[in-house]
Design a protein around this ligand. Structure first.
Ligand code: CU
Length: 211
């Protein structure tokens, strides 16, 4: 598909680039809305920015079984990472890094920031598995755990500059990306890899979070 090809080339740019601030990564979302459609954001009727990831309107499912589009999270700063719950190495570190970012935020800011985990293990990470993961990790209601259809998950990964591949043993090889989205869904900052950069991510959260 033309769109997918374009997205793939965008990912090559974003993943291969050295910048930690990939504001252009969501440029693909500028696709025109279908004729006759209208903004359906739950929080605002103001049109979304062209680069907003909230333009990606696939329906995802949370660990309570609720169906939602990303744009329904509009209005809060989002700290997003893609992961899978069976990961024994990198993903636990990513989740822990999200906790560390949160710890650096003032109580007032924390109430306006949501931490979002999206699984790319579309087979094993069912609603029930995600719910159990929330409990095991004692993640409170500021965390949103999501899963999606395989094609939608792939598209979201491309939008976020995340590459993943299922290995023969059922595990996944994947890149490690923490993305800060401003309340309008635009990429404000990305932490690539597993080392350092948490202060920068926290600073980005503070910078874009509405008082
Ligand atoms: Cu992992």
């Amino acid at each position: 598909m033309k769109t997918i090809t374009f997205l793939a080339s965008l990912v090559a740019l974003t993943v291969g680039g050295s910048s930690t601030v990939l504001r252009a990564a969501a440029a693909c979302c500028a696709a025109p809305t279908p004729a006759g459609s209208r903004e359906t954001g739950a929080i605002s009727s103001v049109p979304l920015p062209a680069r907003s990831l909230f333009q990606f309107d696939a329906k995802l499912t949370d660990d309570a079984g609720r169906t939602l589009a990303l744009r329904e999270l509009r209005g809060e700063t989002l700290v997003v990472t893609m992961m899978f719950t069976h990961c024994a190495y990198a993903c636990p570190m990513l989740v822990n890094d999200l906790r560390k970012i949160r710890e650096q935020l003032s109580p007032a800011i924390r109430t306006r920031v949501r931490f979002v985990l999206v699984s790319f293990d579309t087979e094993r990470d069912t609603v029930e598995v995600l719910r159990a993961y929330r409990a095991a990790q004692t993640l409170d209601d500021r965390w949103t755990l999501l899963r999606g259809q395989a094609a939608d998950t792939q598209t979201l990964a491309m939008l976020l500059g995340v590459q993943f591949r299922r290995e023969a043993n059922g595990q996944f090889g994947h890149s490690n990306v923490i993305t800060v989205l401003n309340p309008e869904g635009e990429i404000a900052h990305q932490r690539l890899g597993l080392a350092g950069g948490l202060e920068g991510a926290a600073e980005a959260v503070v910078r874009v979070t509405k008082p």
